[in-house]
Design a protein around this ligand. Structure first.
Ligand code: ARG
Length: 274
């Protein structure tokens, strides 16, 4: 009886083995002729100082939103990678690339020669300039008027650089804040006489805080600035994907669509050379 059972098990095993062998090629064939499954796209960690509306900020649910976010998401979709945005303080944001904590920084970062020594930048994706915010009863009419006044800036920004250049490195009248909204709050409460920051952010703040009673002053003394997306120096693999995606969304109208969503009209086109 035991022998019969064993024989039956063995026989079943042989049949199964035979079936398995027979089916094997059939199972392999369709897979070989079908396109290879796409490898899971790489997810890049993206640092952004999300206190900089309309470029990057947190909505009521704590989600990071804004122009920069939409632009990089569109670039990623075009170039075939994925992004995860991580709120990152401005101070130290560039070090996070060097340390490998972040793969990409998009944070309304102005491309400067100094930063280019330690970072690599994508092609420019936005034109900007510094803009002065003052209370609406201020007598300030131009940047030079800020020479002896108390001025608020976000530490380590191009606004900080401009005011430091005007007042001198040893000036005690520059008040540095960890975020631009904090500097603007200080202007509202009278702690500083002016704030110098990126035009898009100042305009957005003034429009959304009518109670603050600010006015803005532009000055051609401020150098034109361009925002770029930053990666660790030498990370050409990621940089090439970003530039390819950026060119793609500029060519297919997606970039203009996003720009219009945030700024009401597409970007002014550079004059065609005569
Ligand atoms: N464009 C200026 C700079 O690069 C300010 C950028 C600040 N960005 C931010 N998300 N806080 O210095």
């Amino acid at each position: 009886r035991r022998f019969l059972q064993t024989a039956a098990v063995l026989a079943a095993g042989i049949v199964l083995a035979a079936c398995g062998k027979k089916e094997e090629p059939a199972a392999v064939e369709p897979a070989a002729s079908a396109p290879a499954p796409a490898p899971a796209p790489t997810v890049y960690a993206v640092g952004t100082d999300a206190a900089y509306a309309p470029f990057e900020s947190q909505d009521e649910k704590g989600e990071i939103v804004g122009f920069d976010i939409d632009v990089l998401k569109a670039i990623a979709a075009k170039a075939g990678f994925e992004v995860k945005f991580i709120n990152t303080p401005w101070e130290g944001i560039f070090n996070s690339l060097g340390q490998g904590d972040r793969d990409i920084v998009i944070s309304a970062v102005t491309i400067t020669d100094e930063r280019k020594q330690t970072l690599d930048f994508s092609d420019a994706y936005f034109d900007a300039a510094q803009l002065i915010a003052v209370r609406d009863n201020s007598k300030v009419t131009k940047f030079a008027d800020l020479k002896k006044l108390k001025v608020g800036v976000q530490t380590g920004t191009t606004g900080d650089e401009a005011v430091t250049k005007l007042q001198g490195k040893t000036s005690t009248n520059i008040k540095r804040f960890e975020s631009t909204p904090l500097a603007l709050k200080e202007l509202e409460s009278g702690g500083v006489d002016a704030v110098v920051a990126d035009n898009g952010v100042v305009i957005h703040h003034v429009a959304n805080n009518p109670g603050a009673k600010f006015k803005t002053i532009s000055d051609t003394e401020f150098a034109p600035e361009q925002y770029g997306i930053a990666v660790k120096k030498g990370n050409t693999a990621v940089l090439e994907k970003i530039n390819q995606g950026l060119a793609g969304i500029k060519a297919d109208g997606t970039y203009d669509q996003i720009y219009t969503k945030y700024f009401g009209a597409p970007p002014a086109k550079a004059e065609a050379p005569a």
